[in-house]
Ligand binder design. Structure first.
Ligand SMILES: *Cc1c(COP(=O)(O)O)cnc(C)c1O
Ligand SMILES: [Zn+2]
Length: 417
């Protein structure tokens, strides 16, 4: 990986060669999350936007030279990335905005954004010859790793909290992972997974631990900018749990600025659920993310439920350095956002993903947005991931006897809506 300069500790700034450390800065244990640093000269050289645009590879691998993998490493066959960026004029009009797009990462192979990171995990694990890959997850990262492993016949062990939505657990079992339902929180599952990885020598994909996961997530920023003809948007709204996605978007945008492929940094808008909003609180109170303490959390948006966000240092930088903001939305606002988003542009999002749209609605209400700004909402997971919450967000369907009269009675003078 000639283009990877080093791995830099987000806490102390110490720099390591990629083969010098395994995952984290040895001086800080599990908290010493590393940032992959590139030699942009090595990437940029003969490599241009035009070359990318000519690529017929409509997946994250069209950007392979900007990713921390060996150029000749084989990649899994599933089609990861290049998800659609839909213009959403009806939603825009409702909010009094002129330019709004929704990027639908519910369209990934395992139906969430996490496929972007798990794809990198599978490639990296095979580069080091790991026999088993493991991860802890609230559900989506697990499903993503599980599906990607299935695509290349790679053994894997998954730790999820026993409370994970059924659809996500079903994915793990159908893909054939070894599944451990942990009787505890995501934090408990994370610690247990990391301990087991040490004990058994498994490759550890954990978010906010393995420095390469952010690098997979940054591809969404590349895609957004390329899909907008390299005219970066003014703001990107994204939901935040551990903070790895927002950190990844920030990284991708910094790459593009360094390569001079875009000419401004979009403001990153991190949306948290009120019942799990430690980054929002710390941002509002000016707290150093390194000083944050674990809090009790509870929200319907299971994928962004994190009492002490693993990637809090990168996540706080993403918002502070881009002049963005953190926003907290209630579960009720999230539940309202699900049908509003689905009906306004045809994208069915799980609660954590709809939260990003709820955050935009709130930011507009609070007059944080200029109507002329170009706004992207990133929806990170499919609504089919959590049907129970989806049903909670809408009314009951009409129940009718199989007769036309019953239909007329049910519909009255209204259209079925
Ligand atoms: C993981 C996830 C998030 C949040 O990502 P973080 O990196 O934990 O902040 C948001 N939405 C969905 C659907 C997710 O699966
Ligand atoms: Zn360090």
């Amino acid at each position: 990986m000639r283009h990877v300069k080093n791995l830099k500790c987000t806490l102390c700034g110490a720099e390591y060669a990629p083969d010098e450390v395994e995952y984290v800065c040895p001086k800080h244990g599990n908290e010493g999350i590393l940032d992959v640093q590139y030699d942009y000269g090595q990437i940029g050289g003969p490599f241009s936007r035009e070359e990318i645009e000519e690529s017929k590879d409509y997946s994250i691998w069209r950007y392979k030279r900007l990713l921390p993998v060996e150029p000749d490493s084989p990649v899994p066959p599933l089609q990861i990335g290049w998800t659609p960026l839909y213009p959403a004029p009806r939603l825009a009009e409702k909010l009094g905005l002129h330019h709004l797009w929704v990027k639908d990462d519910g369209r990934q192979p395992t139906a969430s954004f996490k496929d972007r990171a798990s794809a990198i995990a599978v490639v990296k694990a095979r580069e080091v010859g790991a026999e088993v890959i493991t991860t802890a997850s609230t559900g989506n990262a697990a499903a993503a790793l599980s599906g990607l492993c299935a695509s290349v016949d790679q053994p894997n062990v998954i730790f999820v909290p026993a409370s994970a939505p059924e659809a996500k657990v079903a994915q793990l079992l159908v893909f054939g992972s070894t599944v451990l339902l942990v009787e505890g929180t995501y934090g408990d599952a994370f610690d247990l997974c990391t301990e087991a990885a040490h004990e058994y020598g498994w490759y550890n994909r954990n978010t906010g631990y393995n420095p390469y996961m952010t690098e997979g997530k940054k591809t969404a920023a590349y895609e957004i900018c390329e899909q907008l003809n390299w005219e970066a948007p003014d703001r990107i709204f994204v939901s935040v749990g551990d903070g790895c996605i927002i950190g990844g978007l920030h990284k991708g945008l910094k790459d593009l600025l360094a390569l001079q492929w875009i000419d401004k940094m979009p403001k990153l808008m991190g949306v948290q659920a009120e019942g799990s909003s430690p980054l929002y609180q710390a941002w509002k109170d000016g707290v150093d993310p390194a000083e944050m303490a674990r809090i009790e959390v509870h929200t319907i948006a299971d994928s962004i439920s994190a009492g002490l966000p693993r990637d809090r240092v990168k996540a706080m930088r993403a918002v502070r350095e881009t002049d963005g903001a953190y926003i907290a939305v209630s579960d009720e606002e999230i539940l309202r956002a699900m049908p509003a988003l689905a009906r306004g542009c045809g994208v069915f999002a799980e609660p954590a993903a709809a939260a990003a749209y709820a955050g935009l609605v709130k930011a507009v209400e609070q007059r944080q947005i200029d109507p002329g700004e170009r706004i992207v909402v990133l929806t990170t997971g499919s609504g089919l991931k959590d049907i129970r919450s989806a049903m909670k967000s809408v009314g009951e369907p009409h129940r009718v006897a199989p007769t036309l009269n019953a239909v007329k009675e049910a519909l009255g003078s209204n259209l079925a809506r």
